[in-house]
Design a protein around this ligand. Structure first.
Ligand SMILES: C[S@@+](CC[C@H](N)C(=O)[O-])C[C@H]1O[C@@H](n2cnc3c(N)ncnc32)[C@H](O)[C@@H]1O
Length: 366
């Protein structure tokens, strides 16, 4: 927790550090108010924006739909020109930009220019990466972009647990790269990026949390624990995201098998929904039970092809709520579908449109 003078310093820096400081602060205040009122049409614009620079991935993460070979939209990457236009457009209100969604950001050949471009507009910037495409010789280059937050998908502190989640990749190589980045940061006397080891707690690594703490300390980085998403919401669909032939009894069996294979035994690291499913023979609880979500009031996800998703759990292209290459971000932010999503959350009432994702969402990344 930051102390009070530290907080004031941060607010002051944000206000004065960019020509957009004041407009971002006013926008954030409007967003906070609208979030409380839960209005459907929003005057305030999203403060947190993810830009998926590419949806290609070189990872093999066992619980990721991309690595599973699921296809929703074609694979590709955003062009440098479209990226700059987009960042120019959101600069007046965005306070946080994450340059990733589905896919590996370091596969975009202009990723360093992109981070630099966002940072030049004094926007807090983050990437999440598996580091497989990273070369240790680029460590200083990465630090010099000004990136604020670097999350590294690690998910294991031994080759065995690491490879249980990311087969065909080696932990020792990734650790060498992390060390190179932390050393470059200290060599350059830079406070950034904050480096975090992301650790999805699962059946294979749950006994390693103490070791993770030691590892992070020895590398001079932080870590965070994440609840596993089993992506059960995608089970009824085939690789092309078309409904497959599977009855409820079969889906129940598949849900239980996934829970048995992956969920940690320690319930403290498990979304309560999964416990419900385990205790009810694989059946899903009624939608709305634990439903709380504020995402469509302050954040948005822009895919590489301009399509806009409601949250990072949205995978199917048909759930997109607009396209920012065809219309302005402001227009999409208040599109019919975006408003329907907000209405669906506020009223817990089925919207008439079958593609409003929030209608069926339990409020976690199921
Ligand atoms: C889909 S990844 C894409 C970015 C990049 N390729 C990476 O590996 O970090 C984005 C984030 O989603 C998280 N993630 C992926 N699969 C997950 C799962 N099954 N449960 C929870 N988080 C997950 C990762 O830890 C990562 O921080």
């Amino acid at each position: 927790m930051e102390d009070q003078p530290g907080k004031l310093r941060t607010v002051w820096r944000e206000l004065t550090g960019s020509p957009y400081g004041i407009s971002r602060a006013v926008n954030a205040a409007i967003v906070a108010l609208q979030r409380k009122l839960r209005t459907e049409y929003l005057v305030g614009m999203p403060t947190h924006i993810a830009i998926e620079v590419t949806n290609r991935c070189n990872g093999t993460c066992m619980l990721c739909p991309v690595a599973e070979g699921r296809h929703s939209r074609p694979l590709g990457h955003i062009s440098w020109k479209a990226f700059r236009k987009l960042v120019d457009e959101i600069s007046a209100y965005a306070r946080f930009v994450g340059l990733y969604n589905w896919g590996e950001p370091l596969l975009h050949r202009r990723i360093y220019d992109m981070i630099y471009y966002v940072k030049a507009r004094r926007i807090y910037t983050k990437i999440s990466t598996n580091l497989h495409a990273f070369h240790a010789r680029d460590a200083e280059r990465l630090v010099e972009t000004g990136l604020d937050d670097l999350a590294i998908s690690l998910h294991g502190t031994s080759e065995e647990s690491y490879q249980a989640y990311q087969p065909h990749h080696r932990l020792d190589g990734v650790l060498r790269k992390i060390k190179a980045i932390a050393e470059a940061r200290s060599r350059l006397g830079s406070k950034t990026p904050n480096i975090h080891l992301g650790f999805i707690v699962n059946r294979h690594n749950e006994r390693e949390i103490g070791k993770l703490r030691q590892l992070a300390e020895s590398l001079d980085v932080d870590f965070y624990l994440e609840h596993t998403s089993l992506n059960l919401r995608l089970l009824p669909f085939d690789r092309n995201m078309n409904r497959r032939e599977a009855g409820e009894a079969q889906l129940c069996r598949e849900r239980l098998a996934s829970i048995e294979n992956w969920l940690p035994r320690n319930g403290g690291h498990v979304f309560s929904w999964y416990q419900y499913i385990r205790d009810h023979d694989g059946r899903l609880p009624p939608v709305g039970k634990w439903y709380k979500c504020i995402a469509p009031w302050y954040q948005t996800i822009i895919c590489w092809d301009g399509d806009v998703n409601l949250c990072c759990g949205s995978f199917d292209r048909r759930h997109s709520v607009g396209n920012v290459f065809e219309e302005s971000v402001r227009k999409v932010w208040n599109s019919r579908l975006y408003q329907a999503a907000r209405r669906s959350i506020r009223n817990r009432r089925r919207s008439s449109d079958p593609w409003v994702l929030c209608n069926q969402c339990p409020g976690i990344l199921l």
